[in-house]
Ligand binder design. Structure first.
Ligand code: ARG
Length: 458
């Protein structure tokens, strides 16, 4: 007999049971469900809605069920639909009909909303900690390689020399905003829905403040229909995850390119690469590729839930059960991506000579030559044209800017003097960019100090 079987004359069709059940995935919420039920039970007793003795039996029963579930001893069945009914059924099996009093003044609609809020809050904090670990790995890799100069790119064309550390730290700051975004969303997951009942509130004199304070919620939902029908706190988790995965995916792309034979800027550790079943020489950056690939499924889960919710009338609709699998998969996906990335970055070996070679004989210092002319009084636009012509000449003659003699330079523009060629070494270009947030070593060191203080103080 179903917990809701009273008005039914027939058994549920087996296929419907299978289709309708959420237990295969919402069993993950058992801890939240039991903790929420315990708080609800204490409140019922405190308000005199059930008596103290009944509450004690219920609480003891729930504690045992929690242990059984911890040990994986409880058998789940599709017929019992979801985690809420499994716990309740088990409770009445253990302590008899008094277990049936637990659901007083409550509906699965506010119960599932409560569980989901508790779960999302927990996962936000875990995600924030994992992002912090990855940020730390980035700072360490940057700090250990402050002398590495490489080309900075736009359009994947060599643009201006930068420190390898500067490029890495760009990702630190992206992840810093991701961390802040998750933390900021915590405040909105921190609204307590229980007491909304099925949708309209409850006829029992419940004390919602008490439940909220027992479970560590900062706020109450002010409207029972809102409390049971919105999943914006899940959407925010998915959206924060999608944005963060965009950052990891771009980092992956950089790692994959740097690790290619053509670039050869870094070497990935054997432990974080895989081989080919046919080509014996292969060592593939699968971790980075898979992180890039998994970004797609995280985006998909966000679009999936947005689409599920967009046409739903208030309040609860069964459609909303579809909030779970995408969220759970997102949680699992982002956590393993963050863990793997932190571990992989700790083993990355930069090949500084290759990086330097890519920028040493190159036109990446062209801007610096133009800036030189500007400092001599030429308008930037004219300076740009002069250097552009010099680059054109070099390309035609298969030479580099460093190969030009001072005479050739002064011939192109009388403002060039002996010191002009001092602008050309890549490290000079890097050092010259001491603007706040620029790539000069002194500025990158400022970034590293700031970055480390953020990791310690949060
Ligand atoms: N398993 C359901 C869900 O995940 C729980 C709420 C069910 N409520 C209901 N009235 N059918 O959404």
């Amino acid at each position: 007999m179903k917990l809701w079987g009273g008005r039914f004359a027939k058994e549920t069709d087996a296929l419907v049971e299978e289709f309708n059940a959420s237990i295969p995935f919402d069993k993950r919420l058992y801890e939240e469900d039991i903790r929420g039920s315990m708080a609800h039970c204490r409140m019922l007793a405190n308000q005199g809605i059930i008596c103290g003795d009944e509450a004690e039996q219920i609480l003891a029963g729930l504690a045992v069920i929690k242990e059984e579930m911890d040990r994986g001893e409880v058998e789940f069945s599709l017929a019992l639909e979801d985690i809420h009914m499994h716990v309740e059924k088990r409770l009445t099996e253990k302590i008899g009909p008094v277990g049936g009093k637990l659901h007083t003044g409550r509906s699965r609609n506010d119960q599932v909303a409560l569980d989901m809020h508790m779960y999302v809050k927990k996962e936000i904090l875990e995600t924030v900690a994992l992002i912090g670990n990855l940020q730390e790995a980035l700072v360490n890799l940057a700090e250990d390689n402050l002398d590495a100069v490489m080309p900075g790119y736009t359009h994947l064309q060599r643009a201006q020399p930068v420190l390898f550390a500067h490029h890495l730290l760009a990702y630190f700051w992206m992840l810093q905003r991701d961390r802040e975004r998750f933390l900021d969303s915590f405040g909105r997951a921190d609204w307590m829905p229980l007491g909304a009942g099925a949708l309209a509130g409850t006829t029992f004199p419940v004390d919602r403040e008490m439940v909220a304070s027992e479970l560590g919620f900062a706020k109450l939902y002010e409207n029972s229909m809102d409390a049971v029908s919105d999943r914006d706190f899940v959407l925010e988790f998915l959206s924060n995850s999608a944005i963060m995965m965009t950052h990891l995916s771009r980092l992956s792309e950089d790692i994959i390119i740097w690790n290619s034979q053509e670039f050869g800027f870094i070497t990935l550790d054997d432990a974080f690469t895989t081989g080919s079943s046919i080509m014996p020489q292969k060592k593939n950056p699968d971790v980075a590729e898979l992180v890039r690939g998994k970004t797609g499924r995280v985006y998909g889960h966000l679009m999936g839930l947005l689409t599920v919710l967009k046409g739903l009338p208030l309040a609860y609709n069964k459609d909303m059960q579809e909030d779970k699998e995408g969220l759970f998969d997102t949680v699992d996906t982002i956590k393993i991506c963050l863990r793997l990335y932190a571990a992989m970055l700790r083993t990355v070996e930069p090949n500084k000579e290759r990086m330097y070679a890519a920028v040493a004989r190159d036109f990446a210092s062209a801007t610096d030559l133009a800036d030189y002319l500007v400092r001599k009084g030429l308008p930037f636009r004219e300076a740009h044209a002069v250097v552009g012509q010099l680059v054109g000449k070099c390309v035609a003659e298969n030479r580099q800017l460093v190969d030009l003699t001072t005479e050739e330079l002064t011939e192109a523009c009388s403002h060039f003097e002996d010191d002009a060629k001092e602008m050309l070494p890549p490290e000079a270009c890097v050092e010259a960019r001491q603007s706040r947030g620029g790539t000069a070593r002194s500025e990158v060191e400022v970034q590293i100090r700031h970055a480390k203080s953020l990791l310690i103080n949060e």
